[in-house]
Ligand binder design. Structure first.
Ligand code: ZN
Length: 84
């Protein structure tokens, strides 16, 4: 079985700089490696922005999911109106 994590510690997850065995490696979320604190912070910022986007879009998802028990057709129209 091929490992999806093969080489995950070989290069910086952000700038792809090769990580040497003797160089510092900055871990993030347990499975992401960075060459420097700067790269790790950059990734944190990116993740934060992405999570904010998820929250923004999950609002309309929750709206349609909550109305799902009544009628799928109606919900879709309501959801479309909300989004528009
Ligand atoms: Zn880097």
């Amino acid at each position: 079985m091929g490992s999806p994590y093969a080489g995950f510690l070989e290069s910086c997850s952000l700038c792809r700089k090769p990580l040497g065995l003797n160089s510092d490696i900055y871990m993030y979320r347990g499975d992401t490696a960075f060459c420097s604190e700067e790269c790790r912070e950059e990734q944190m910022d990116l993740d934060e922005a992405r999570e904010r986007n998820w929250k923004g879009s999950s609002r309309s998802v929750r709206t349609s999911a909550g109305a799902e028990d009544s009628s799928a057709g109606k919900i879709f129209q309501t959801g479309t109106l909300v989004v528009a």
